[in-house]
Write a protein that binds this ligand. Sequence first.
Ligand SMILES: [Zn+2]
Length: 302
Amino acid sequence: MKHTKFLIFALVVGIISFLIINSRFLVIENVFYQSPCDTPITYKIGSIDERFGLPRSEAVSATKQASDIWNTTLGKQLFIYDSGATLTINMVYDRRQLLNTQINLLEKDIKSGKTTLKDEIANFERHSAEFNNKLTAFKQKVISWNAKGGGPQEEYDKLIQEQQSLNEEETLLRGIAQRLNLSTSQYNTQVDELNRTIRSFRNALQVSPEEGVYNPQEERIDIFFNNNRNELIRTIAHEFGHARGLSHSTNQQAIMYPSTTQFLTPTADEIAALRKICRKRPFYEPLFETFSLYLYRFGKTL
Ligand SMILES: [Zn+2]
């Protein structure tokens, strides 16, 4: 009996100690091992230039889609929309967006110019075909009267009148043909000029290929483009990547590739880099990082 009581007592003590030790380990692990990604980055939408043509609700949903790209990659809330956040995303209409809008307008001009000219040429060709039919009919009438050795005065007068109206129509058609030739050559010159302008605009755009900028000091992300939704989401995701510590990638399909694309899926390398940033590490590791950074700076000033 005494033994049984002791055994029960020992078992209870054992279970309690096990629980205490393990829960301590849990606490210890939480205290000593932390991930910088345990705290999500919160963001809000700041100013949207109305020339962007982007309603605030669409800007919010685009940023949510962009943050979901990273959130689902790690199965963790890395970015959360919060109207009280300090990190602000602004849609800034600058020279780049202006140039891009101009390119789109010029391209539209070229297309519409082509359509108008095409319609005019088609009309002219229809008109010319009608005229040719009338001319053939007229010639046949003249031949048949001649074969009969001539006709009455009345018929002769009618034919003369018809001939005059055909002459007038021919002059008119000739005028249209000349104008269309001129328009076509003018159109071609215009297209050449427009293409040259578009080329120079594109060159200007290539100087600054990134469509957004993350500024950690001011805690802001500025987005300069709204070409289409995919591109916008990709640009925001790219800047979010910078905010989370990701640097540029040379892989053209990567979200962190510095030029604009429409790829919305992180590459294996990007996922690995993000996992590395977000890994749980001992609390003293960031201290060492700061220390070594300090030493590096110190070394540099020397
Ligand atoms: Zn970048």
